[in-house]
Design a protein around this ligand. Structure first.
Ligand code: DX5
Ligand code: ZN
Length: 218
């Protein structure tokens, strides 16, 4: 049966109080950690030491989304930080297969991410080699942007290929997910829903997670 996973992004949390911000969301399935290097995207968030500190204050799977150049050089630091899954951008490396293999050799789940303008077809061969595909529904770099519904065509392509080949690969969507947009993303075939501003901008973040989960299941 369909079990949508909600992955709140701490990018929209109060960075001075990350332990308490994570304690506020017991309903979260995963904790989504957005790493930005100021080069791959025009913003800088935090790196492996902060990810490690987050991992130490939660028992939930830590899902690191690396919006960084040269991911092969850095993924080991996020494995060491305790990530359960690490997603890197296909636009940031010449050899995504090698980065995924490196993650698997370290016992970590591997995800590839596509910016809104990146076509999915060239990467369908990688589906046998990854655990997750993240379809960005905003330009990576900032929270609080508007959902881009046109990326759902890529989600539908992925859903069809994953099902046709009988693969165990999750489809994640990230950017502009809220109680209005999550239903269309779920209908297109997403499994994992990242939400930053919708969760941490809500008066009751944990209740919003349940609202999102219900919206995905509708
Ligand atoms: C954007 C990040 C997202 C961001 C989502 O580059 O990858 O995870 O935190 O924020 P919202 O949910 O506010 O669009
Ligand atoms: Zn993200």
């Amino acid at each position: 049966s369909y079990q949508p996973l909600i992955a709140p992004s701490i990018l929209s949390a109060d960075f001075a109080r990350l332990d308490r911000e994570i304690e506020r969301i017991p309903a979260a399935d995963w904790i989504h950690v957005d790493v930005m290097d100021g080069h791959f995207v025009p913003n800088l968030s935090f790196g492996a030491p902060v990810a490690k500190a987050v991992g130490e204050v939660t028992d939930k799977p830590m899902d690191c989304h690396l919006m960084i150049e040269d991911p092969a050089r850095w993924v080991g630091d996020y494995v060491d930080a305790g990530a359960a899954s690490i997603t890197f951008h296909v636009e940031a490396t010449d050899d995504p297969r090698a980065v995924a293999d490196l993650l698997h050799s370290r016992g970590c789940r591997a995800g590839i991410s596509l910016k809104p303008g990146t076509a999915v077809e060239p990467y369908l061969d990688l589906l046998e080699h990854v655990d997750l595909v993240l379809v960005m529904s905003v330009e990576p770099g900032f929270g609080g942007q508007s959902f881009m519904p046109e990326v759902l065509d890529k989600v539908r392509t992925l859903r069809a290929e994953i099902d046709r080949r009988g693969l165990d690969v999750l489809i994640q969507i990230d950017g502009g997910i809220d109680s209005r947009t999550i239903g269309d993303a779920a209908s297109a075939g997403c499994d994992v829903f990242v939400a930053g501003s919708a969760v941490y901008g809500a008066p009751d973040p944990d209740a919003m997670i349940e609202t999102l989960r219900a919206g995905a299941a509708d």
